[in-house]
Design a binder for this molecule. Structure first.
Ligand code: CP
Ligand code: NVA
Length: 309
């Protein structure tokens, strides 16, 4: 049994194994409908319990289909209906009950400490479905999408992130170190990653560079990523922050600094950080990106269950 909490804590060879498994599985079910199960479903009879402390559309749907296609089922708990959220039951007791009734727990949380607390008391795997500091299932799936489209290992590509230093970027930084790819980050100076992340980068062999000029961050890259300027956990003066990012909007002009065949990715939901023309252009692969989460999360589940082939 293994947990899936942060990319930085998972060995590169395991991350690569998850991606190759996802590629094989996706190919094998080309002609199947969403709810049809894979041949010889490896998680028959298993229950994935999900809980979202913050809004979710894609993560919720993709984990639902992922476990179904592997032969299992899912149950989504509403935190406001649990004793835990009212302070009337501990994480320890909640975790023990989850472990007795379910086979894996997927948590989207507003507090990273809760992932560690649950992990301490669970005897089933826990998967991080987004926390204030990371979004590992999203980024692993995005690596899959990039390699699927570009038909090359990501280590041979140049990736750019233009936007806020948030949970998704933190996971992208960890992925850049694990998969050894070039990452150019463009953010206003005030919004570059915090000291903890910078120290993590410094402590590892990396190909990560930072720019306060978005054009430089976009120059000659194969992929441009963006995300909302205001994340769900952001308690900031929104108007002020949005105004600081004005120059960082992804429009056709900014895309023109990248390679001709550069693609645009965004985990969604979107705000005004990307121009409609780019978002709806052929270069934008956001729908394929969202759907691929099903395939990669299936292999993440199998990794957690120790069932990766
Ligand atoms: N990208 C993503 O995680 O979407 P949701 O917040 O809708 O799950
Ligand atoms: N950075 C965004 C990602 C949403 C999927 C947030 O945390 O709100």
């Amino acid at each position: 049994m293994r947990h899936f909490i942060n990319i930085k804590d998972i060995p590169s060879k395991d991350l690569r194994k998850i991606l190759s498994d996802a590629k094989k599985r996706k190919k094998l079910r080309k002609n199947l409908n969403n709810l049809e199960v894979d041949k010889n479903p490896p998680l028959r009879g298993k229950l994935l319990i999900q809980m979202f402390e913050k809004s979710s559309l894609r993560t919720r749907l993709s984990f639902y289909l992922a476990i179904k296609q592997l032969g299992g089922s899912t149950l989504t708990l509403r935190p406001d209906e649990l004793h835990l959220s009212k302070g009337a039951e501990s994480i320890e007791d909640t975790a023990k009950i989850l472990s007795n009734f379910g086979n894996a727990f997927m948590l989207r949380t507003d507090d990273d400490k809760k992932l560690e607390e649950f992990k301490k008391y669970l005897s089933i795997p826990i998967i991080n479905g987004l926390s204030p500091t990371s979004h590992p299932t999203q980024i692993l799936s995005d690596i899959f999408t990039i390699e699927e489209i570009k038909k090359k290992p990501i280590s041979k590509l140049k990736i750019s992130w233009i936007g806020d230093s948030n949970n998704v970027l933190n996971s992208l930084i960890a992925a850049s170190i694990k998969f050894s790819f070039e990452l150019k980050v463009g953010s206003p100076k005030k919004y570059l990653p915090n000291r903890k992340i910078l120290n993590y980068i410094k402590g590892n062999k990396n190909k990560i560079s930072f720019y306060v000029d978005p054009k430089k961050a976009a120059k000659d890259v194969d992929v441009i990523f963006s995300d909302k300027v205001i994340s769900m956990n952001d308690r900031v003066n929104k108007k002020k922050k949005l105004s600081h990012f004005k120059k960082f909007r992804i429009d056709e002009k900014l895309m023109s600094f990248a390679k001709k065949d550069c693609i645009f990715l965004h985990c969604l939901p979107r705000g005004k950080e990307v121009d409609e023309k780019v978002f709806l252009s052929k270069k934008s692969k956001v729908w394929q990106q969202a759907l691929n989460r099903v395939h990669v999360q299936k292999s993440i589940l199998l990794y957690c269950f120790g069932k990766l082939r």
